[in-house]
Design a protein around this ligand. Structure first.
Ligand code: ADP
Ligand code: F6P
Length: 461
């Protein structure tokens, strides 16, 4: 991207000596060449919020963190971000928990981040804000006189009219969004939800398919499906521990699920479908072992504690009912694993199970495909409600709410011959290679540059 420096802002800052992970790798070049800066939360709760950013060495681009007091963390992160916005964006308004202090904390933290950023900004910076935790940031920066280009990318689904209407003050969401030059989404579904919600709730008509006038300002809209660092992940899987040794360790064909323990991921539905598989296809007993890796997340929020309890209970019940002396149907690991190990597990799993009830993209689907051995690949079972399903149609695409359909897909995957597995996998891999995270960031940043070039022009629409 030509022009000014790139400044990325996200809730989580990639810290650690060698920051890795798809997003970092994708943005590293752009950040390096433009002397860029990445700003985010340090992960530390402080007694008193500090009045400056802390700069970190050890990366090829600038990294600066802010801390949060426990009260800010509770209201901004656990509260408005993850007890209000997250459930509304994932179609679970019933799990939301609205308190006035959550919205106040969310506004306050975004205003504070803008204050902390201000002394470090340059007039020609291109600011790229990530995700739902920071919707108000552009509005706060504008209040403080920032006139440069600011883009936003939403990693999770955008809510439709019914869920938008369930927010405490829906008009405020549109006011926040109106201060961005470009709004990026994972899937067409999200862009359509934005247009429809704006039409129904704000009486705003979209201008064609990629523009909208919000609060008197022209905002560009686009779909940019996020990818993974495919080449690096393929290498990681090839370097993983030897497959035959791993297979003798498990004894049966492995089916794998890897998710944060979040109610949006459809884990109980998966367990019920697995139970139906064992019930309806007794020949599968001792032939298939389900490994679910799901580290608990956001546990201070009641809905997350509930999903943990529900899944543990279900796994225990199914294991109690179906286990034999030699075989445990479900192994449930509540920890994060190193990426190298994860890549090896994906590679040796005959089935990759990705069944969210709602998901912006779902990167696990892409990682599973990238990790396969191309001569003997496994089968991806993918929810139609993951953004990934838009381009990954060669997976077994299922409705995760229907455990009978999902159980049948498991049986089909178990019996699928090598030729069909190779054909499906080759098509999936082409997409994951072509649309990797580098493609994603380059495409977004090109669109942001175009938005910058058009700023201030009178655009015919
Ligand atoms: P979300 O952003 O909602 O968590 P995604 O599937 O898009 O869902 O991304 C999850 C990322 O976190 C993936 O890169 C995945 O490999 C990683 N991840 C999830 N669970 C684990 C785990 N138990 N150990 C290590 N990494 C994990
Ligand atoms: O992909 C959505 C997202 O909420 C990211 O913004 C976030 O980093 C990730 O999921 C994990 O969630 P958290 O940061 O709340 O643990």
């Amino acid at each position: 991207m030509s022009g000014g420096r790139l400044v990325v802002v996200s809730n989580r800052l990639p810290l650690g000596e060698n920051p890795s992970g798809g997003l970092v790798v994708a943005l590293e070049d752009a950040l390096k060449t433009s002397g860029g800066l990445w700003i985010g939360f340090s992960g530390e709760a402080a007694q008193v919020a500090s009045d400056h950013l802390v700069f970190h060495d050890g990366a090829s681009f600038g990294r600066a963190s802010f801390d949060l007091t426990q009260a800010d963390f509770d209201s901004y992160y656990l509260g408005f971000s993850n007890s209000v916005l997250w459930p509304m964006c994932h179609g679970r308004a019933d799990l939301s928990h609205i308190l006035p202090e959550y919205l106040e904390g969310y506004r306050r933290v975004n205003a504070r981040i803008a204050d902390l950023m201000l002394p470090h900004l340059r007039p020609d910076d291109r600011i790229w804000v990530q995700d739902y935790q920071l919707f108000p940031l552009a509005a706060e920066l504008r209040k403080r006189g920032v006139t440069g280009t600011i883009g936003h990318f939403l990693h999770i689904p955008f809510p439709g009219p019914a869920d938008c209407a369930a927010l405490p003050n829906p008009a405020e969401l549109f006011e926040w969004l109106s201060h961005y030059d470009l709004l990026g989404f994972q899937a067409q579904r999200d862009l359509s939800n934005l247009s429809e919600s704006a039409r129904q709730l704000m009486d705003v008509e979209p201008l064609g398919h990629d523009r909208m006038r919000l609060g008197g300002r022209l905002v560009r809209l686009g779909v940019f499906p996020v990818g993974i660092d495919t080449a690096a992940f393929m290498q990681e899987a090839r370097d993983a521990p030897d497959e035959d040794r791993m297979r003798t360790l498990t004894g049966a064909q492995m089916m794998i699920g890897v998710d944060r323990l979040d109610y949006s991921k459809g884990i109980p539905q998966r367990f019920r479908a697995f139970q139906i598989l064992l019930e309806n296809h007794p020949d599968m007993i001792e032939r298939i072992a389900f490994l679910q890796i799901a580290p608990p997340t956001r546990e201070a929020v009641a809905a997350y504690r509930d999903i943990r309890e529900e899944t543990e209970h279900l796994a225990g019940r199914i294991n109690g009912e179906y286990a034999t002396i030699n075989w445990t149907p479900i192994r449930f690991i509540h920890r994060s694993l190193p990426r190298r190990i994860l890549a090896g597990l994906y590679r040796q799993a005959h089935i990759g199970l990705v069944t969210p009830l709602a998901d912006g993209m779902n990167l696990v689907a892409k990682e599973y495909v990238a990790a396969q051995n191309v001569t003997n690949p496994g089968v991806l079972i993918l929810s139609r409600f993951a953004g990934a399903a838009d381009t990954m149609q060669e997976a077994l695409v299922i409705n995760p709410h229907d455990p009978w359909e999902l159980a049948e897909a498991m049986a089909i995957a178990m019996r699928m011959g090598a030729n069909e597995r190779r054909r499906r996998h080759a098509a999936l891999l082409r997409d994951v290679v072509e649309h990797d995270v580098g493609w994603w960031s380059a495409t977004y940043l090109d669109a942001l540059e175009q938005a910058a070039a058009e700023r201030g022009q009178v655009v015919d629409v």
